[in-house]
Design a protein around this ligand. Structure first.
Ligand code: PMM
Length: 280
């Protein structure tokens, strides 16, 4: 399903240890304020997460995760914002839906918790299925792809079949290629170049490139080598905005970003250009 309008999902990580903003919004009031700011800047969805997937980070207990996210989800939902819950746990997702969330964002694509698919089927919630091989094997394993775009598409299609088999309706589903999740920089660039093939699967597509490490390793000038050391995550928002434009061009439904302004402007350039194309 190709979208002419690409929405912005703004990220609020209520975690002490996320790579790009860990620790900034652990306090619920700070997290709620961040959500309001992201919405004011143009985010149509606010994605609240309480578990960092950074390699090496330890998982919070279920109670810890609930305690982090639920106050933030319910406050933002009560204020009328469209909230999504970034979790791999069905119970946390369900509690967030009851607190007013409108979408479940699961980086494990349903592989992290066997209850997730049935819960999504039963509640009828919108559900983001992200591609990640990390939960199929050793999370530290390096992953090999012969054709990263083809394999990600095939594995996402398998997840869709499995979820539909559990009673989830296709209309509930959003697909995400999972940039950076069991993928290296080369895989991420190839996936960005091949997003149209993910979109061609026929479901809405969400793209999460924001501030990821590969965007911190750009040549210092045209023709210069790719540096080994990445820039700080907060210095990656211009590159992030460029990926948002690519996502829009490929027909993505939404992009997930930490800083809304640069992406909002990039998407405005895209939409105004599209609007003007007919007048050439
Ligand atoms: N990336 C992160 C977390 N959640 N969800 C989706 N759907 N897609 C992503 O690419 C994604 C995600 C990692 O980034 P963060 O730790 O800064 O939130």
């Amino acid at each position: 399903m190709s979208h002419r309008h690409t929405s912005i999902m703004g990220v609020v990580n209520v975690t002490p240890d996320s790579f790009s903003d860990g620790g900034r919004f652990v306090d619920p009031a700070a997290a709620v304020a961040r959500g309001r700011d992201l919405a004011a800047a143009g985010a149509e969805l606010i994605d609240v997460g309480g578990e960092s997937t950074r390699p090496g980070s330890s998982r919070p207990s279920e109670d810890e995760e609930r305690g982090r996210v639920l106050p933030v989800v319910s406050a933002l939902a009560q204020e009328g914002y469209a909230v999504s819950i970034d979790t791999m746990r069905a119970s946390v997702a369900q509690a967030a839906l009851e607190a007013g969330a409108v979408l479940v964002n699961d980086v494990s694509g349903g592989l992290g918790d066997p209850e997730m698919g049935p819960m999504v089927a039963q509640t009828g919630a919108r559900y983001v299925v992200m591609h990640w091989r990390g939960l199929l094997s050793d999370p530290t394993a390096t992953h090999h792809y012969d054709d990263v775009v083809g394999e990600v598409c095939a594995e996402l299609a398998d997840r869709v079949d499995a979820l539909v088999g559990l009673g989830v309706r296709e209309e509930q589903l959003v697909l995400d290629p999972g940039l950076g999740f069991s993928k290296d920089a080369g895989h991420n660039w190839t996936l960005l170049a091949g997003l149209d093939r993910v979109v061609a699967l026929g479901l809405p597509v969400l793209v999460g490139a924001s501030r990821k490490r590969f965007l911190g390793r750009l040549p210092a000038r045209p023709g210069a080598p790719v540096p080994d050391e990445p820039t700080a995550p907060q210095e990656r928002d211009v590159a992030t905005a460029a990926t948002s434009l690519l996502a829009a061009q490929a027909g993505a439904w939404a992009v997930r970003v930490h800083e809304v302004g640069p992406t909002r402007d990039a998407l405005a350039v895209w939409e105004l250009t599209q609007g003007a194309a007919g007048a050439r």
